[in-house]
Design a protein around this ligand. Structure first.
Ligand code: NDP
Length: 355
């Protein structure tokens, strides 16, 4: 039941959480890196996401183990937090749009400017708000995931094998994101997308509240995960993670310095601009394929009793297939003939010999 008190408490939690991470982004030291060239401009980014994630984990672990606060509150207040996060996302999008128009930084019309964003990289107090927003998004997701384990433990006095696997997988996934936060500056969202309601809602609502869907299913177990099924799921996760992380890492290393070695050989490229070695010589979007395998491994921990947890990997598959097409259009416009040559050389996008 949603009451005004619940909603007020949830609004307070969202504000304190996002505010603390923002303050942390300003004051916690971090390596500074230069981003890619964007229409003649290069930005500098401070990378302290990993430190903020680890500080959050540490503080939460202490607060939970001392009994000062239970993460299960996130589970019980999920609906109120969902409403509060939505309000926050709408307000942030509105503020960013009107700030850009007030400073005459945009001529984009209201609906387009509000929905897709008026600016590509708005900053506040020296913090790039687009890069920052991934922090509450993924740390929020990690906290929701942890709250499911706490809830199960408080209810049944133990954790199931499925819950343990889910916790390990999702922790590694979020940890990996922050470990390679520098790679984010070369992603499509950072380079090409404007920062409006669409990305803001994705960061503050969609990712933390929908990407934890599988965890919900695991809290009250109805089926026991067979150890052989668990081994198969671990193998799928390991394979997907290797592909996802490996492909992203190869590209990030190449973007920093074209002259690298991949799989023990000097990297082969097309005119030094497009990588055709390693995963990028096997498929044009194998990083997407790897991430899809990772999400299927999350869902498989729930067994086959319900199709609902599978909504998450199916959604991601549709999103990433669509994204691969949009990205190819962008690359075709940017690289012209070179992209055509790349497509002739690396014929498959996400699934070798199939697609
Ligand atoms: P990529 O990291 O694949 O980046 C695409 C860009 O990489 C292209 O636009 C191009 O940009 C460059 N590029 C493409 N091919 C090559 C090549 N052969 N050699 C060198 N550069 C190349 O995609 P995204 O930015 O979309 O995604 C990044 C990660 O985020 C992925 O792992 C994806 O799975 C994940 N993701 C997750 C989502 C989720 O909801 N969980 C949503 C979206 C993404 P350039 O102009 O720099 O050359």
């Amino acid at each position: 039941m949603l009451t005004s008190l619940n909603l007020l408490e949830a609004a307070g939690m969202v504000l304190v959480f996002v505010g603390a991470l923002f303050l942390g982004s300003v004051v916690v030291p971090g390596r500074r890196i230069k981003g890619p060239d964007m229409e003649g401009n290069t930005r500098e980014y401070k990378l302290n996401g990993l430190a903020l994630f680890l500080i959050t984990v540490f503080v939460t672990a202490i607060v939970q183990s001392m009994g000062w606060f239970s993460l299960s509150v996130l589970y019980s207040q999920f609906a109120a937090l969902f409403v509060a996060a939505n309000v926050f996302a709408f307000l942030l999008a509105t503020w960013l749009y009107f700030r850009a128009t007030r400073n005459q930084e945009t001529t984009t019309g209201f609906w387009r400017g509000y929905f897709f964003g008026a600016l590509s990289n708005p900053t506040w107090l020296g913090v790039d708000i687009k890069l920052f927003s991934y922090r509450p998004s993924l740390i929020g997701l990690a906290l929701f995931n942890a709250s499911f384990a706490v809830m199960q433990y408080e209810t049944y006095g133990e954790l199931t094998l499925a819950m343990m696997l889910y916790q390990i997988f999702t922790f590694l996934y979020v940890f990996n994101y922050f470990q390679f936060e520098q790679g984010m500056v070369h992603t499509w969202d950072m380079i090409s997308e404007r920062f409006g309601w669409m990305l803001i809602w994705g960061d503050y609502v969609l990712v933390p509240f929908f990407y934890c869907l599988v965890g919900w299913w695991l809290v009250h177990p109805s089926d026991v995960l067979h150890p052989i099924a668990a081994v198969a799921i671990v193998l799928l996760f390991g394979f997907g993670f290797w592909l996802f992380r490996g492909a992203n890492q190869q590209k990030h290393r190449f973007k920093r310095k074209a002259d690298i070695r991949i799989w023990g050989q000097p990297a082969r490229t097309l005119e030094g601009r497009l990588l055709i070695s390693g995963f990028w010589g096997v498929g044009r979007h194998l990083n997407y394929t790897g991430e899809i395998c990772v999400y299927f491994s999350f869902a498989l921990t729930t067994g086959f009793e319900s199709w609902v947890p599978y909504l998450l990997p199916v959604w991601l598959t549709v999103l990433l297939c669509h994204r691969s097409l949009r990205d190819e259009q962008r690359c075709c416009a940017k690289y012209g003939d070179l992209w055509t040559r790349y497509k002739q050389r690396v014929r498959y996008s996400m699934l070798p010999f199939v697609y």
